[in-house]
Structures are given as structure tokens and as C-alpha cells.
Write a new protein. Sequence first.
Length: 502
Amino acid sequence: MSENVNPQENVAQEPQENLSQLAKVRREKLKALQAAGKDPFQITRYDVDNDSANIKANFDALEGKEVSIAGRLMSKRGMGKVSFCDLQDKSGRIQLYARKDDMDPEMYEGFKKYDIGDIVGVKGVVFRTQRGEMSVRIETVTLLSKSLLPLPEKFHGLTNTELRYRQRYVDLIVNPEVKRNFIIRSQFIKHVRDYMDSLGYIEVETPVLNTISGGATARPFITHHNTLDIDMYMRIATELPLKRLIVGGMDRVYEIGRIFRNEGMDPRHNPEFTSIEFYQAYADFNVMAEISEGLITSAAQKILGTYHVKWMGEEIDLTPGWPKMTMVEAVKKYTGIDFGEITEDRKAVGAARKIGVELPATAERTWGNALYEVFDQRVEEHLIQPTFITMYPVEVSPLAKRSVQDPRLTERFELFICHNEIGNAFSELNDPIDQRERFQKEVEMRERGDEEAGMMDEDFVTALEYGLPPTGGMGIGIDRCVMLLTGVDTIRDVILFPTMRP
């Protein structure tokens, strides 16, 4: 007997007119059911007491016993007096065995007319076939939902590979293995909450809509509030509201939430993504490094059972004890330029140009901007194993505290794994006078055409004037962490519904 009951089901190879005919046939079947008083869409409930994975895992205990399962028909074989089907549920697949002599004749005849993709409820007895396959012998079967469109047989092989992301519901049906990524995602987010809660942090929620765009360097989405008749910005970060809470005495807070940035799309970026930001009073960026390393390494152990993962073709070792390098040290190591020996802006910009690095048109020609652009354009590509890059220039760190040793730099780090920025942390700037001046620089950059520059946030400055204790803060990209743990190369594989061009 063939694996698939009907060659017509191979929709991926059918011309469009045949696909329409198949859909028409299914609708006619539905009408016949409705006319006979058997409309599946009238059914509101079906009691399930088992699933395919549990039956297989506990076969010896369940053999000969009745179970109630439900799921989608994925194949049909043999349609005489004996029929075999594969039923797919939340945990996997199991074979169904239907024998005309064991069922109500009318029910069996109705079952023969079911299509691949139909959702059914089955009551039957667990047994093993002569070929040794664990199965369920059907006693009664109920059509719970009629599939009016045939499933594509080879969804991975479709010419338009983006269809998997556009129709994630079909992707999950036909390629159930992709569910693993989203199970790991759920496990990771749960682990993040457990880990932060264990450190005495409180989970909070802050606004998605704001009258000012701030907390990061990014272009925002703009919407309009009709009642107030004002434009509002979808948040590009949760930083500023969370630090207000530290001012208010909530010493350890975190938020896991959606962030929106009106930027380009590529394998690492989606316009809406998920991050965790956390802030701790009386801590600095070194504490943030300890927490972030502990969070990710413990997640790898708990979810994967190992510190070793393969990502983007690289073997990544997440074993605790990740190294730190200052940005100046990293640039010297990978380009040979020692910015520590350069003091003049002009010479710094010239050193960058000598290796083909140009500063953006909107950026001031300063030592700090030259250092950052050399790092960004020439060094990041070399960072494979987990590495904390520390001491970022003031020009690109408007919310970070200046270094006492070198006021051109800030107590900031970014965590890199396999060329990717995974997290960003500061010893938070708590000097309201300095903060106002940095905001003003952002305003000036915005006036020169930099749409990613921040805005003046008078209320945040006011909050700082009431007093922000020494504070460490960090943001980690949830999606990129899940990419790391699942080993996928594109963010679209870890977001259930990624943004797509219409």
C-alpha cells in the first residue's frame, strides 16, 4: 500500500486550476456533511486523555487499553475494509488502524471520505500491528474540523521559501520539527524569569507608546493618538522608564517585552523583537557582566545540557569565564592601530581612513567616533567566542557613566558571540547635568539629519535630579539568544510571525 492515499494531495506540484478543483471538492464534502446534520464546525468540544508521544513512551502500560486522542490526519493508506492513517498531534505522530468490521459501518464509510488535513477525534485501543508498529485501533472517530485547503506535501521544497514564514501555520503542520525552536524559545524566556526572580528582581511593565523616543540609538515607528491629537512613538527601548523606577526606590527591576525599531531587515534584525532589560541599584557594569554570563550559561546547561553549541558554522564554547577586552585593546589586536597612543581627533580620523574606515556624514570627526567606527567595521567580524568588549566612547554612549580614568570613554560593554551583539550594558549615567548635555548632543545630531539620534527627555533629567543611585543596567536580545541555543542563522526561524513584505 502506498504512503499517500491520493496523488492529488501532492499540491505543491499541481497547477493552480487543479488546486482550485481540489478545494471545490472539499467544500462539496462539507456541504454533504452539513446536509446530513454532521457539520463538524458545530462541534465545540472533544475530551482528550492522551497523546501520541505518551502512548509510545508508555506502550507496555497502555497496550490493550482505550485512549482518546485528537489531531490532524497526515496520510491515508488503503481504503477497502482496512485503513491506515497517520494522526499528528501536539507531541508527534501515531498510526491509526481502522477496520470496517470493528466500527459502525456508516461511521467507517464516512471515515473513508475524510481528507488529509482534516482534524479528528479518535477513541480506540492501543495495540501493536503485525509489523510491530505502535498504533491505535479505532472504535469511534469524529470529524472535528474540515480542512478546506489541501496541505502541500513538500513545503520545504517550494520555490518561494518565504512562504514558510508567511504561512507559519502551514509550516508547523507540514514541518513539525520547526516547533522545537519555539519550544526552546519558551523554555529560555521561562528560564530568564526564574533566573532574574532568584536574584531578587521584580518584573514590571512600562509603556509601549511614548511621547518621546529614547533609550537607544534607533529610528522609531511613529503613530498618532486621535483623542490627544498628538504623534506618539513606539518604544525603541525600555531603559528610561525602568531607570525612573530605580529613582523611585525599586532597586532591582526587569522587563521582558517587545521593542519596535523602524530599521532594515536582515537575518539578524526584525522591526519588532523581544528583549529583556534589567537594572540594579548600587551595582555597575561589572555586575551586569556576571549576571548576563550566568543567565546564558545556565540556560545552555538547563535547556541543552551542554556549554557547546554550533552556530553559523562555528563551534561556540559557552563555558563560564568569558574574556573581557576594552575597545581600544580589541582595535589594536585586530587592526594594529593603538588609539591609546592617539590624543588628537584629527589623527584618530586619519588613522581610521588609512585602513578604509570612513565616519558617517552625521558624526562629528572625533577620537571617539573614529575608534567606534574602526571597531564596528573592522573588529566585530573577528569576535567568535563569547567576549565582553568594554569602555565605549562617550559619543556613542549617551546614557552611560564616564570612566574616571579616561573621560573620553564610558563604563559600557557589549557582549559578542559569533559576530553578533547579544547584549549591551552600562554603569548608568546618574549625573543630571552631564545627562542633559548628552541629550543636547543627540538633539544636535538629529538636527543634522541623524534620524536614529535621541531626543531631549526633560522628565528623565528631572528624575535624575531627584537622585539616581549608582546603577548597573543591561539589555539582552531574546531572539538572538534563542538563535544561539537553536543553532539557526536567521531571526525569522525564532519569531513565529516575522515581519514580511506584503
